[in-house]
Design a protein. Structure first.
Length: 156
């Protein structure tokens, strides 16, 4: 049996092997896959640019990426991770730059496609965002703090 995008059950099995999708049903995976475009990205290309308007999110199916904010490296990620999803869900800007380290296979969802998938598979939102929140907390700890100036008047 083929899903709406024309992939075989083997494609759905491959998606289920990704950690962030392991608990999805075949129907949920078929819905995701039907809405997701595939792309092969060469090493050294940026998937997102910090501060730019979020237009897509990416599921890393194969390969590896580096996440940076400013000049600080925040994370190195591999297959099964989502990037850019939080900015799409918030309707805002990308919070970091994501650059491919190797040739990387990604699934791509636009804001409209992500909304469509989440309307049909609401549980996917938690599966997508839980690792992102944990990663955000780790990244926040890895960026050096800027000392705050004491604006209180000094008493002499």
């Amino acid at each position: 049996m083929r899903n709406r995008r024309g992939y075989t059950p083997e494609r759905l099995d491959a998606l289920r092997q990704l950690p962030s999708l392991a608990s999805c049903t075949r129907e949920e995976l078929a819905c995701l896959d039907a809405n997701m475009a595939g792309r092969i990205v060469p090493a050294g290309r940026r998937l997102t640019i910090e501060g730019s308007v979020a237009r897509e999110c990416f599921l890393l199916e194969q390969g590896s990426i580096r996440i940076t904010r400013g000049r600080h490296e925040l994370s190195l990620l591999g297959h099964g991770e989502w990037v850019g999803e939080q900015a799409l869900l918030d309707g805002g800007l990308y919070r970091a730059t994501v650059t491919t380290l190797t040739e990387t296979a990604v699934g791509v969802l636009t804001r409209q496609e992500l909304s469509s998938v989440l309307a049909e598979v609401p549980s996917l939102a938690r599966q997508m965002t839980a690792p992102a929140y944990a990663r955000f907390e780790r990244e926040a700890r890895s960026v050096p703090e800027v000392p705050m100036l004491d604006a209180r008047p000094s008493v002499a």
